[in-house]
Design a protein around this ligand. Structure first.
Ligand SMILES: [Zn+2]
Length: 284
């Protein structure tokens, strides 16, 4: 019934009467997760013995139509989740649900809770009320406000994907920013310019994880050229349009260098030395 083992486990906990009050789920595909989560929410509320895609009961139908008053999904209003949205949720959940077993809330992009909305949210997770269950959904659990995170059961649910944004777990806007840095960087390497890594990369990308994403993108650019060479479907967005002048006979060699760099990066080595070595090898 559940394509995902983590969600199946939550369902089993429910059967044992040991559901947590709040779950924090990190995922690389929020819409897919919401889809699976909806099945879980049906299963724990369905008055019938829940079957895949239950059409028999009113409750499951209401959930499908997004019309169940005791299931509330909150999404960022503009750039953040506002305190007023949380206040409304609280008022709605003051009464016990009529049709369903639980009052359920889903906070989509929970990293967008700002200081005051997170504070308003805290009461729910600090003094949990029986019959209320919450799901905080995010693509990066590391940026969730610690007071909330520490009171949730934390899960990571990863979906396989060919989509670059899912693979890197970043937004389109972030990808565009990375691509700017990457293209400028590869151009400097190509043109044999002196590269001071403190200025070119390390001033812009503060975390090791960000440097890793940047080099994964470099890998994808070269791999994309490889696909192009082989007349395979490739990603137009990553396509280099000759501005980087990647020589086809060098592609495999460069891919190896980039892969080695990514491997070395996972050890705790000096970043600047590693980057210098990378430039020398790429130019050689
Ligand atoms: Zn049902």
């Amino acid at each position: 019934m559940f394509p995902n083992n983590n969600l199946k486990e939550i369902y089993e906990k429910y059967r044992e009467g040991r559901l947590a009050h709040a779950y924090l789920i990190e995922t690389n595909n929020i819409s897919k997760l919401i889809n699976d989560l909806t099945k879980l929410i049906k299963a724990i509320n369905c008055p019938e013995e829940y079957q895949e895609a239950c059409h028999n009961c009113n409750l499951c139908n209401l959930i499908t139509k997004n019309n169940l008053p005791s299931l509330i999904t909150i999404e960022p209003d503009g750039t953040s989740i506002k305190k007023s949205q949380i206040e409304e949720l609280k008022v709605s959940f003051e009464t016990k649900p009529i049709y369903s077993r639980f009052n359920t809330y889903i906070i989509k992009n929970a990293e967008k809770l700002n200081g005051s909305s997170a504070n308003a949210m805290l009461k729910f997770v600090e003094e949990p009320t029986d019959g209320i269950i919450g799901f905080f959904i995010t693509n990066n659990k590391d940026v969730i406000i610690p007071t909330i995170k520490s009171r949730c059961q934390v899960l990571v649910i990863t979906y396989e994907s060919d989509n670059l944004l899912d693979k890197l777990n970043i937004t389109q806007e972030e990808l565009d920013n990375y691509l700017k840095i990457v293209k400028d960087y590869l151009k400097r390497i190509k043109e044999n310019k002196i590269i001071n890594h403190k200025d070119t990369i390390l001033s812009k990308l503060k975390e090791r994880k960000e440097v890793e994403i940047m080099f994964k993108i470099i890998f994808e650019i070269y791999y994309n050229e490889f696909l192009k060479e082989k007349n395979k479907p490739y990603n137009k967005e990553l396509s280099n349009n000759n501005e980087l002048d990647i020589k086809k006979e060098e592609i495999i060699h460069k891919l190896n260098i980039i892969a080695k760099f990514l491997q070395d990066l996972s050890y705790n080595v000096n970043m600047e030395l590693l980057l210098d070595k990378f430039v020398i090898e790429m130019r050689w």
